[in-house]
Design a protein around this ligand. Sequence first.
Ligand SMILES: [Zn+2]
Length: 324
Amino acid sequence: MTPLDTLALSRGTVDRLTEKRTEEAWQDAAWADPGTRVLVVSDGRALARIDDEHAALVFVPPRQAPEGTRFLLGRDDADGIVYFGLSARLPAAPDGARPALLAAGGTTPPSPPEARAVSLREIGTLLGDRDAGLLTHAVALANWHDTHTHCPVDGTPTVPGPGGHFTVCPKDGTEHFPRTDPAVIMLVTDPDDRCLLARNAAWPGRRVSILAGFVDPGESAEQAVIREVAEETQIKVTNVRYVGSQPWPMPRSLMLGFRAEAPAGQAIVVDREEIAEAYWFSRDELLAAIQAREIALPPPVSIARQIIEQWYGGPLPSAWPDRR
Ligand SMILES: [Zn+2]
């Protein structure tokens, strides 16, 4: 089994500079450097220029950055440029495009592409490695700052610490760190090497995917795989193997990918609340079902799609429509 090597949001080439996060003087100097670049994130979106096959983030120099919560993303060792993220309202695009209107429109921008506000889901696979890592990191931190604004001990509004990777309660001095929720996602095969695909009751249309769920408190990832498959389909699995992980900061998940095997003689019984239906697919059946438009797979930006294609042995056609 080859490792997953095409996970769109697990790329990233920038040194996170964790040792600089508490050095305020160093950060002030970096912020004063006109060569520093700032990525502004608002509601999970950032400005990017997109053509059919590529996307590039639009950064601003610090003096053009709006007011907002600032956090250090790191430094690109290839050129020495330091990157900050900022949770704020998006600035006007440099070419005068209006991000909100363009984002709502969802149309393909003309060439040369105008900057518009886009999400990780939309451009995760189109960005280069550096930008994919920067946007994933920035969206994760911005989501945390936007939703964790008060001290969980006494309810006092917190203030960001230097570097923006923690907050401090001014009343009791407690420090609070970003949250990441571990989730497991697993491709289950039967003795004929057919894979189990399910349709979540909350998904519209023909969308199917592999099973997934959050890790419970006090539970290992492997235990979560076994429990979730049993809860959703009453299939008991063995030989649980880790295959790779991808951050999914929408809003704060880390997807832990697994394969697992279902011994023979078991019937699928879906719960009908979370899972509407689930079926075994051989490789030929899967391809035929996609081509007949009976089912649609998750988009390539997802770890689910990559795990399915790893099992299939190559790229598969079709995807869910973009969610804009
Ligand atoms: Zn407090």
